[in-house]
Design a protein. Structure first.
Length: 164
């Protein structure tokens, strides 16, 4: 529908297009399109804006919006096919991620068993001299500090934000 050879086209009267957006298809009025030198695609359409300087709501201002050309077409069946293909790609991605999790399950179980044995070793080594163990690192990679014991008596136990 959009010509890359022209690169840029603006119409005084809007043209009706079908637009694919977040699982739905709707009719929109476009006032133009352009392909940038970097390969980006923009459509010229009316949108509502919030002014940054005066915080006023500006209605129906024409704006260049970054998008993909496949999301706009005058042929409704083309947009439907695009949406179906996008959904199929999304489901295939989930299938691939799930398969990767299944393939990595044996290694994950081995890592969990290693962590369990390491935690059991930590339990055996907890003492007054070796008290501050971190459960997210291996026991062999850390030097725990002793339990802090203060012999002094405090009259004031600290600060609180609760007053009675």
């Amino acid at each position: 529908m959009f010509s890359k050879e022209k690169k840029y086209e603006v119409w005084t009267k809007p043209k009706l297009f079908w637009h694919a957006s977040h699982g739905s298809i709707e009719r929109v009025k476009l006032y133009g399109y352009q392909f940038s030198n970097k390969g980006n695609f923009y459509v010229y359409e009316k949108q509502d804006h919030m002014s940054l300087s005066s915080a006023k709501y500006i209605r129906d201002k024409k704006t260049w919006v970054h998008t993909e050309p496949r999301y706009y077409d005058q042929d409704k069946s083309f947009i439907i096919n695009v949406m179906i293909e996008i959904k199929k790609e999304q489901i295939k991605d989930v299938i691939n991620k799930t398969q990767k999790l299944i393939d990595d399950a044996p290694q994950y179980l081995i890592r969990l068993k290693d962590k369990m044995t390491d935690l059991e070793q930590m339990i055996k080594m907890v003492s007054e001299e070796k008290y501050t163990w971190k459960t997210y690192t291996k026991a062999s990679e850390q030097t725990p500090e002793p339990l802090k014991i203060y012999d002094e008596v405090k009259d004031n136990s600290g600060t609180t934000s609760v007053h009675f």
